[in-house]
Design a protein around this ligand. Structure first.
Ligand SMILES: *Cc1c(COP(=O)(O)O)cnc(C)c1O
Length: 231
């Protein structure tokens, strides 16, 4: 199956691009023998204004990703009020001292990557009596500059999250090294996810939809393909 081409940014609206991407995603999933509903498309709305996001919400899309807490807090409370079904995913790094705000405002956090953050999240889960869906970020490429739990420490960390902090871990996330072929990183993550039980999660980024479909991803994150280029 050839990789899908991203929709042209300029001659379509964001809801139109989204419709086209969803169709390609469904085709990729079916070609891989998976049910299209098993892969959730996260529309990455970072840097885009509330007025750019609103039409995508109005078209019925539910899952959105933001990478900065403050930006999300500025934009999303009003949008969530208008569209209470919307689900907000924190896809960027999270400082421990912001864990409580993240638990209060996000429906999913994709970057749980260290014990100190797990402890702070656990406190906030108690305080707010709500637990966002949590994904452990894994540093599959052993990159020193990148956050994420190293593969050797993964099983121990997931166990500690569950046993010591009472957190429910929904899956794993990785950002493969920019200069590597990404597919093996996703394949590895899928294997480890099965070993430590949770479902795997990967993002699609520019590697097109079929990689996510082929390697068992449960979530795929696309921004510019939906909203157009960032200013
Ligand atoms: C921005 C971002 C994306 C989406 O990138 P696009 O190139 O706009 O599709 C996905 N994942 C993370 C972590 C991001 O920060």
């Amino acid at each position: 199956m050839p990789p899908a081409q991203p929709p042209k940014p300029n001659d379509m609206t964001a809801p139109e691009r989204l419709t086209q991407i969803q169709a390609e995603l469904a085709a990729a999933m079916e070609a891989c023998g998976r049910a299209p509903a098993a892969l959730t498309l996260i529309a990455v709305s970072k840097t885009f204004s509330a007025s750019a996001i609103q039409p995508v919400l109005a078209a019925g899309h539910l899952d959105f990703g933001e990478n900065r807490l403050q930006e999300a807090l500025d934009k999303w409370p009003a949008l969530k009020e208008a569209y209470p079904q919307a689900r907000l995913h924190l896809i960027g790094a999270l400082q421990s001292n912001k864990a409580a705000q993240a638990v209060a405002h996000f429906d999913a956090i994709h970057s749980l990557d260290r014990p100190k953050l797990a402890a702070k999240l656990a406190d906030a889960v108690q305080k707010y009596a709500r637990q966002p869906t949590l994904f452990v970020q894994v540093n599959t490429g052993n990159e020193p500059q990148k956050s994420g739990i190293l593969l050797d420490d993964l099983d121990g960390f997931v166990e500690a999250c569950t046993r010591d902090y009472g957190l429910k871990i929904a899956g794993l996330m990785c950002l493969p090294p920019a200069h590597d072929v990404p597919a093996p990183h996703f394949a590895l993550l899928e294997k480890r996810a099965q070993k430590s039980r949770p479902h795997s999660i990967k993002h699609g980024y520019e590697w097109r939809l079929f990689i996510g479909a082929a390697f068992g991803a449960t979530h795929i994150r696309l921004g510019t393909a939906i909203f157009g280029p960032r200013g």
